[in-house]
Design a protein around this ligand. Structure first.
Ligand SMILES: Nc1ncnc2c1ncn2[C@@H]1O[C@H](COP(=O)(O)OP(=O)(O)OP(=O)(O)O)[C@@H](O)[C@H]1O
Ligand SMILES: [Mg+2]
Length: 208
């Protein structure tokens, strides 16, 4: 099977603290991997390492370039003067460069339609609710047509219908061969989707 991610003996440090300590993980096309663990166990650090936002102190990583990352909502800066459609369009940058093609704009529209936020296209992001903002970031991630989708706590604060929508969208991208890595500290998020693997982190290590 086509490999989307190969992480081998990864270590990620904050100063002298090893927040990720010897983690290895291989994810193939179409696979769905859940990462769970208590607050502070290293889940966000691991996803940032995979996304390339934090360097590995040691170990190696190879992954597809077609990756989309949706950060934990608490880390998102929403006090930024941008409209929903502009944010979603930036998800296409990997393909379109600085100027957006008509195809990019179509992809962005399709993503907004799929996430039910087309009517918000012209809204400033600072005016959105938490759940709406989450849909915007997911639409942004999808319109890059990723081969690897990294989601950090995408379910926190979602109502039942948003939750259902998220999982139906994930089923669709997965059927198209996209690998999904989804982080959650809440094991009940695992209901409603068939994960290929569930990985539990504790103090930066994978529990066997
Ligand atoms: N920027 C930072 N500088 C120093 N230490 C950090 C930093 N970010 C995280 N840490 C520490 O690294 C460890 C892992 O944090 P991380 O955010 O990856 O945990 P998490 O599993 O995502 O937690 P949560 O469930 O609360 O989101 C924690 O001990 C945390 O205090
Ligand atoms: Mg986190």
């Amino acid at each position: 099977m086509t490999e989307r991610l190969n992480l081998s003996h990864a270590v990620i440090k904050y100063g002298e603290i090893r927040a990720i300590d010897d983690v290895s993980l291989t994810v193939s096309a179409g696979e769905f991997v859940f990462i769970t663990g208590a607050n502070g166990s290293g889940k966000s650090t691991l996803t940032k390492g995979i996304a390339g936002l934090l360097p590995l102190a040691s170990g190696t990583i190879t992954r597809t370039k077609r990756m989309s990352y949706v950060p934990q909502i608490e880390e998102a800066d929403r006090n930024f003067p941008a409209r929903v459609s502009e944010i979603v369009l930036t998800g296409t940058q990997g393909q379109g460069g600085f100027f957006y093609s008509i195809a990019d704009k179509r992809r962005a529209l399709r993503s907004m339609e799929e996430l039910g936020i087309r009517n918000l296209a012209k809204s400033e992001i600072c005016t959105l609710s938490g759940g709406q903002l989450r849909r915007v970031f997911l639409a942004r991630a999808l319109c890059g047509e990723p081969e690897l989708l990294l989601l950090d706590e995408p379910c926190a604060g979602l109502d039942a219908s948003s939750h259902k929508l998220l999982f139906s969208v994930l089923d669709r991208v997965r059927a198209g061969g996209c690998a999904v890595i989804m982080v959650t500290h809440d094991a009940s998020d695992l209901e409603g989707i068939k994960a290929d693997r569930v990985i539990t982190l504790s103090h930066g290590r994978i529990l066997e």
